[in-house]
Design a protein around this ligand. Structure first.
Ligand code: HEM
Length: 483
C-alpha cells in the first residue's frame, strides 16, 4: 500500500471512529456500572495498536498480563474497531463456547465472509450448522482415520519428505503436506500439476485473511478475491465432473461423495455453490493451523534436545519393530504416548488459534458483570494456557507435564486448543494423526539444524518469520540399528 492509500485509509478510520465513538459513549454511560473493568484506549483505534505491537514480538504476553493484573480475568477493551469483553477465565470461556447459538454467535467481519463464501461451515447457524458439523466430523473421526485416512496421510507425508534436499523451508513443506492431504480427503486427488496450481491460487486467498480488507486500498485483498473466484471455478468444475461420473454409477469414498448424498437447506441436495463454499472453508480451516503446529513442534523440539531424544527413542522403537515395512498402521499410531505429549504441549504453548470472537445475542450476566447485547467477546485460550494458576511453569515447553498430568494444576476445561461446544474443531483428531505421522517420519529419517536464526511472531498469524529454514541430512537404517 503506498503512502496516499495509507492516508485515505486512516481518514476513513477516523470518520468511522467518530460515528462509533458516539454510539459507544452512549452505551458506556448507560451500562458503566455493570461492564467488566477496563479501558477503551485511544479514540477509534482503542487498544488495537498496543495489541498489534505486542503480538508482533516473540513475547506478546504483557498485553494480557498487564490487564489481568490491573482488572482481573475479565476485562473490557477496544480492539479492531469495536469495544470487546476479553475473557482470560476458563469458566467464562466454557460458558461462551457452550452457549453458541443461544446467547452468543460466532462473528466474522464481512471481508472474511467474502473470502470464505456464505455457505461455509464457519458461517452457518442453527440446525444446518449442526448437521454439517456432524457430517464433517464423520469424515475425520477415529474409524475413518483408522480404516482409510491414515494410509493416505502416511503415504503423502513420505512422498513430501522424499523430495527434501539439503536445505528446506519447513513451513512451506508443512503447508504442501497439509494442502495435499486435505485435497485428497475432500475429492480424492493425488498431488499433480492441477493441485499445485490450485495451491498457488489458494495461498493468495489465505493472504487475504491477514490484510486490510478494503479492495480499493489493498492489492493483496483484491488479489485474494480474484484468486477465490479462480479456486471456486476450479472446484466447481470438479463438482460438475463428479456429478456426471455419479450418473454413470461411479462413486468415490471422500467428502465430496458425502456432500452429494447430504440434504441441503430445503431438504433437497446441496447446490454446486454450497458444495464449493463448504470445501473451500475446510481447506482454509485445516491448512494453516496444522502446518504451523507441525513447524512449531519441530522448533520447540530443536530447542529442547532432551525432549527430542525422548521422542526419537519412541519412534526408533516403532521403526525397528517394523523392519522394512515403511507405512504406519493404526497400532503404531496408538503406541506413541510421548508424541501425544509433544503434540499437546505444542498446541498449548503455540496457541495457533489464540481464542475465538463471539457476539452477545442479548444482555448477558456473568460473574457479576453484564455483557451488553451486540458486544463482541473474546474467549482467550492463550491467556488460560499460559496461566501459572493452571499450568506449572506455564511458559516453558515441557511435554512431560502431560505424562501423568503432573504439570497441570487444575484439570478440567483449561486446555482448549480446539475450542469447545457446538463449534468445536471437527478436525481435532485428524490434526493429531497428521502431526504424529509427520513427526515419526521426520525423526526417523532425518537429522537437522536451523539454517539461520528465525523469529516466532503472533501477528497477523502465529508464524515463523523466515518460514523456519533447516539444513537436513538423511539418517540411514544403519544409524537406527546402531542404537
Ligand atoms: C492443529 C490444528 C488445528 C487447530 C489448532 C484447530 C483449531 C480450531 C478451533 C479453535 C476451532 C473453533 C473455532 C470457533 O469456535 O469459532 C476450529 C474450528 C474448525 N476447524 Fe479446526 N483446528 C485444527 C485443524 C483442523 C483440521 C485439520 C480441520 C479439517 C477438517 C479443521 C476444520 C475446522 C472447521 C471446519 C472448523 C469450524 C467448525 C464450526 O464452525 O462448526 N481444523 N478449529
Amino acid at each position: 500500500m503506498d503512502t496516499i492509500n495509507i492516508f485515505f485509509y486512516l481518514f476513513l478510520c477516523v470518520l468511522t471512529f467518530l460515528i462509533l465513538r458516539a454510539t459507544t459513549a452512549i452505551h458506556l454511560r448507560r451500562r458503566k456500572t455493570q461492564l467488566p473493568p477496563g479501558t477503551l484506549g485511544l479514540p477509534f483505534v482503542g487498544e488495537t495498536l498496543q495489541l498489534i505491537c505486542a503480538y508482533k514480538t516473540e513475547n506478546p504476553e504483557p498485553f494480557i498480563d498487564d490487564r489481568v493484573s490491573k482488572y482481573g480475568n475479565i476485562f473490557t477493551t477496544h480492539v479492531f474497531g469495536e469495544p470487546t469483553v476479553f475473557s482470560a477465565d476458563p469458566e467464562t470461556n466454557r460458558f461462551i463456547l457452550q452457549n453458541e447459538g443461544r446467547l452468543f454467535e460466532s462473528s466474522y467481519p464481512a471481508s472474511i465472509q467474502n473470502l470464505l463464501g456464505r455457505h461455509s461451515l464457519l458461517l452457518m447457524r442453527g440446525t444446518l450448522h449442526k448437521r454439517m458439523h456432524s457430517l464433517t466430523m464423520s469424515f475425520a473421526n477415529s474409524s475413518i482415520l483408522k480404516d482409510h485416512l491414515l494410509a493416505d496421510i502416511d503415504r503423502l507425508v513420505r512422498l513430501n519428505l522424499d523430495s527434501w534436499t539439503a536445505r528446506v523451508l519447513l513451513m512451506e513443506e508443512a503447508k504442501k503436506i497439509t494442502f495435499n492431504l486435505t485435497v485428497k480427503q475432500l475429492m480424492s486427488f493425488d498431488p499433480c500439476e492441477w493441485t499445485e496450481n490450485l495451491m498457488k491460487e489458494y495461498m493468495l486467498v489465505i493472504e487475504g485473511f491477514f490484510t486490510i480488507p478494503l479492495p480499493f486500498f489493498s492489492s493483496t485483498y483484491r488479489k485474494a478475491i480474484q484468486a477465490r473466484r479462480k479456486v471456486a471455478e476450479a472446484l466447481g468444475l470438479v463438482v460438475r465432473e463428479r456429478r456426471k461420473e455419479r450418473e454413470g454409477g461411479e462413486q468415490k469414498n471422500d467428502m465430496l461423495e458425502a456432500l452429494f448424498e447430504g440434504d441441503g437447506v430445503e431438504g433437497g441436495g446441496f447446490s454446486d455453490e454450497e458444495i464449493v463454499d463448504f470445501m473451500l472453508a475446510l481447506l482454509v480451516a485445516g491448512y494453516e493451523t496444522t502446518s504451523t503446529i507441525m513447524t512449531l513442534a519441530v522448533k520447540f523440539l530443536t530447542e529442547t534436545p532432551h525432549a527430542l531424544s525422548h521422542l526419537k527413542e519412541e519412534h526408533e522403537e516403532i521403526r525397528l519393530r517394523k523392519g522394512e515395512v515403511k507405512s504406519l498402521l493404526w497400532e503404531d499410531y496408538k503406541s506413541m504416548p510421548f508424541t501425544q505429549c509433544v503434540v499437546n504441549e505444542t498446541l498449548r504453548i503455540a496457541n495457533i488459534i489464540s481464542g475465538v470472537f463471539r457476539r452477545a445475542m442479548t444482555d448477558i450476566s456473568i460473574k457479576g458483570y453484564t455483557i451488553p447485547k451486540g458486544w463482541k467477546v473474546f474467549a482467550s485460550f492463550r491467556a488460560v494456557h499460559l496461566d501459572h494458576e493452571h499450568f506449572k511453569d506455564a511458559r516453558t515447553f515441557d511435554p512431560w507435564r502431560w505424562q501423568s498430568n503432573t504439570g497441570l494444576i487444575s484439570s478440567s476445561n483449561v486446555f482448549t486448543p480446539f475450542g469447545g461446544g457446538p463449534r468445536r474443531c471437527p478436525g481435532y483428531e485428524l490434526a493429531r494423526v497428521e502431526l504424529s505421522v509427520f513427526l515419526h517420519h521426520l525423526v526417523t529419517r532425518f537429522i537437522w539444524a536451523p539454517a539461520e536464526p528465525d523469529k516466532l511472531v503472533f501477528f497477523p498469524t502465529t508464524r515463523m518469520q523466515k518460514r523456519y529454514p533447516m539444513i537436513v541430512q538423511h539418517r540411514s537404517l544403519f544409524d537406527l540399528c546402531k542404537k
